[in-house]
Structure formats: structure tokens, C-alpha cells
Design a protein around this ligand. Structure first.
Ligand SMILES: NC(=O)c1ccc[n+]([C@@H]2O[C@H](COP(=O)([O-])OP(=O)(O)OC[C@H]3O[C@@H](n4cnc5c(N)ncnc54)[C@H](OP(=O)(O)O)[C@@H]3O)[C@@H](O)[C@H]2O)c1
Length: 284
């Protein structure tokens, strides 16, 4: 049996949808019934609890062979992820699929990439089979601020004129489905990106071209961006962590693409044009 974490979030939610559409049974951890409404409509075994709760985790992992670990970027992410790996080992889970990120390379000192590097190292040393899923910048980031983009026509980020590998998490989830259902992906790291490098100016131009109205990229100074995160209720750790991440992207940390989608799925990775067309109603 497969166990999903993060199944009410962006990547885990898409993974749940794809598993469900393919009639692949799975179990999913959720924290609230409200957020789990879509999961509860699926043929899934939904268990309610918190990843921080060791006893709950041990019960949720009974009989699980493969577990997908997806955590948001929070201050105790590393501790929760290490505990997850420990409990998986104790309960006989054989394989952990871990969502890391493309820019998490050894030596990275950013809070978020530092956590991913440390968890990857911990998982590799744990003695279970592992697969690292390492995506670039999610195109779905634009969907998260769709109401503001729709209203103002502005795409606001502190990314300067950097080129980056925008990545459709539908491709990421499709690769996870393969990893969970086929042999041969044990102890592999998959760096996953979209098909092209693109600047935010170009992203705005594609939005304009495809949706038929004008969109603009607003390059917000990093301090102003941090102020906006603080106003949105982010705590100091998260404000700093997200700002460091975006600053490193602005300085080129996602300035490359990979062939992983083509190699594993046998098709082109989804382009930003496809993402915009498929989500047109959110932005127009
Ligand atoms: N954003 C990007 O561009 C990008 C790119 C590459 C990699 N990543 C990595 O992707 C990861 C985040 O993935 P995502 O964006 O798909 O996640 P997300 O949308 O932020 O969702 C997080 C999920 O984790 C659940 N969760 C959080 N804390 C929990 C806890 N204590 N117990 C149980 N469940 C808990 C949430 O449940 P609730 O619904 O209950 O809150 C939600 O389902 C991060 O590690 C990030 O570094 C992100």
C-alpha cells in the first residue's frame, strides 16, 4: 500500500488525483475534514492526524510499503522529516519518495535548501530504498496568486531578469506515479523541470499573448516582498526562508533544464504556454 503526505496540498493533491484516476489504491494523511473534501470523494483511505505526532504516524504506516513525504517549508521541517523516516524504518516501510527541490545542492546555505539537503542525506543513510523528487519553480505558484493577477494584470515577484525553469507539478506528480508503481526507481534522484528557461518578463508576455489582455511583470525589491509576506501573516523564519530562496533564484540557482520528463514519461515536459492555456479561466 502507498501512503501520501501533503495530499491536501499542491503536489500531493495532484498526485492523489492521478493515482485515483488510474485506480491505484492509496492511503493519505490529512489534518482536517474540510481540506480533505476532495480526497474523501476518492477511493482512498484517508487518515486524520498530524505528522508531528509519532504515535499517529506509526499507526498510519502499519502495512505501508511505499510512502511519499512532502512537507511545506516550516521551521521544524527537518525534525518532522527525520522523524517520518525513523518511524517508516521502525514500521517496515520499504521505500520513501521524498519531495526535495532542484536547487538543493550540497553546500547550499539557504534555510529551505539546507533542510532538503539534510533530509536527503538522512534518508540516504537510513537503509530504506529512496527516490528524490527534485523539481524546479512550480508554475502553480502563479495559480496561487491568480485572483491578484486576474484583478491587476500584474505578476509580482522579486526575481529580477533571471531565467528559470518553470515546472508544471502535473509532470512532477506523473513521475511520482511511475516511481510508486514500477520497479527500477529505487535510490534514484530525479531533477525535474519544464522544457525551457524563461524570464518573468517573458512569462508576462506569454500570459498576454495567450489570454488576449495585457499582463506585466513587476520586479518587487526584496525588502518590499518581505514586507508583503509579513503582512500576509508569515512568521519571521518563513519570511527570511522564502526571501533567501527567491533571492538565490534571482541569482541564477534555477538556470538550467533537464530531460527527466522526456526520459521517464516519454513526452515533452509541459510548457508555460500549456499551463496558461489549461488555467485560462483563473487568470482572464
Ligand atoms: N513551490 C515551489 O516552486 C517548489 C519547487 C520545488 C520544490 N518545492 C518543495 O515542495 C514542498 C511543498 O510542496 P507543496 O507546495 O506541494 O506543498 P503545499 O501545497 O504547501 O502543501 C503542504 C501539505 O502538507 C500538509 N502538512 C503540513 N504540515 C503538516 C503536518 N504537520 N501534518 C500533516 N500534514 C501537514 C498540508 O496539510 P494542510 O492542508 O492540513 O495544511 C498540505 O497538505 C516544499 O518542501 C518545497 O520546498 C516547492
Amino acid at each position: 500500500m502507498i501512503l501520501l503526505t501533503g495530499a491536501t496540498g499542491k503536489t500531493g493533491g495532484e498526485l492523489a488525483r492521478q493515482l485515483n484516476n488510474a485506480d491505484i489504491p492509496f492511503s493519505a494523511i490529512a489534518r482536517s475534514r474540510d481540506k480533505a473534501a476532495e480526497l474523501l470523494d476518492m477511493e482512498a483511505d484517508v487518515v486524520f492526524g498530524d505528522l508531528e505526532d509519532r504515535d499517529f504516524l506509526a499507526a498510519a504506516m502499519a502495512g505501508i510499503e511505499k510512502a511519499v513525504l512532502i512537507m511545506p517549508n516550516v521551521e521544524n521541517q527537518l525534525a518532522v522529516e527525520k522523524q517520518f523516516i525513523d518511524v517508516a524504518k521502525e514500521t517496515g516501510v520499504q521505500h520513501i519518495v521524498y519531495q526535495s527541490s532542484l536547487e538543493s545542492v550540497p553546500g547550499s546555505t539557504n534555510p529551505i535548501t539546507g533542510i532538503h539537503v539534510a533530509t536527503e542525506e538522512y534518508l540516504k543513510a537510513a537503509g530504506l530504498a529512496w527516490t528524490m523528487i527534485r523539481p524546479g519553480f512550480f508554475m502553480q505558484t502563479f495559480a496561487a496568486s491568480a485572483p491578484r493577477i486576474k484583478e491587476s494584470g500584474n505578476i509580482v515577484l522579486p526575481l529580477g531578469s533571471a531565467t528559470l525553469c518553470a515546472t508544471d507539478l502535473r509532470d512532477v506528480a506523473a513521475i511520482m506515479v511511475k516511481v510508486l508503481t514500477e520497479p527500477g526507481h529505487e535510490n534514484q534522484s530525479y531533477d525535474i523541470t519544464g522544457p525551457e528557461l524563461i524570464t518573468m518578463e517573458e512569462v508576462a508576455a506569454r500570459f498576454s499573448q495567450i489570454l488576449g489582455r495585457e499582463y506585466k511583470y513587476v520586479d518587487l525589491p526584496l525588502d518590499a516582498f518581505k514586507g508583503a509576506l509579513k503582512n500576509a501573516g508569515f512568521n519571521d523564519w518563513r519570511v527570511n526562508a522564502v526571501a533567501c530562496e527567491l533571492n538565490s533564484i534571482a541569482n541564477g540557482s534555477l538556470d538550467h533544464t533537464t530531460e527527466t520528463v522526456q526520459q521517464l514519461l516519454g513526452r515533452e515536459a509541459n510548457s508555460i504556454d500549456k499551463f496558461i492555456s489549461d488555467h485560462a479561466e483563473l487568470f482572464r
